[in-house]
Design a protein around this ligand. Sequence first.
Ligand code: PRT
Ligand code: ZN
Length: 289
Amino acid sequence: MEQEPRLKIAVQKSGRLTENSLHLLETCGLTYSRGRDQLICFGENMPVDVLLVRDDDIPQLLAEGVCDLGIVGLNVHLEKSDPEAGVRKALDMDFGRCRLSIAVPRGEPWNGPASLSGRRIATTYPNILGRWLDEQGIEASVVTLSGAVEIAPRLGRADVICDLVSTGSTLAANDLEETMVVLESQAALLAAPQAHSAWAQRMISRIEGVLRVRGSKYIMLHAPRAALEEIRDLLPGSEAPTLMPLEGLEDKVAVHAVCSETVFWETLESLKGAGATSILVLPVEKMLA
Ligand code: PRT
Ligand code: ZN
């Protein structure tokens, strides 16, 4: 009997994206056991395996067809993916947020991108930085390093840097000031050009569903018919709510809605102010569009 090929998903082996990526796949229903070499997680309940690799290798594994899906920072995708290879971003994942920014020694004057003209910029992202400099019409020399970019100005290897920033404490500790964002990044689900199998599509839509329900809430309330329009406008990020009659009450209906945005206490107070009663907010566990 011909065996269905197993879907392979590449995930960072050990780093900032590992825990969130594996947790997300588990939330999609995947259970797995780790191989003895700790490099492959064999899916036990689906024909899906997870390969644990360095994040920098993921774009090429997808381009070569070794893996079908992969999770990396957008920064890695834009730096390493060959545009000809057809690896595409299928989803933004809403974790691993950071920005690729220009930073200059503290106190140095900054007059926008023109201040970079003729300077030496240290980075581990020469492709993204090079394209950005072209767009800005700036000529500068890009010094490509493999790490420890933040100490390059102190060592005299560069004048300024272009590096990933999240809290900004690494820059502060090295007497550098963030002056301009080159790229806003977060983790992304990448799909190989050949990732068309039913399981590839199914995993993409399950991951999409998991991401969508995070932060989503199910709201139930009773509303006077006269205030329906106002109440509908107050429900944050909801599509058409469901209206249901209430036994014995002509002037009131039950309203049920999935809200994709955070439901604050202020929202509930405004709903109450508009005449809503019996307001209930429930978490949403799974959703499939
Ligand atoms: O071993 P492997 O190659 O797989 O891992 P790695 O060392 O290349 O990557 P890793 O685990 O550090 O980061 C993986 C991804 O996380 C990155 O590609 C980004 O998409 C994302 N990410 C989010 C970050 C940060 N935040 C981040 N702060 N990646 C790196 N940093 C570094 C940054 O380079 C700088 O050195 O943290 C320092 C700055 O942090 P703050 O908080 O001091 O500003
Ligand atoms: Zn890396």
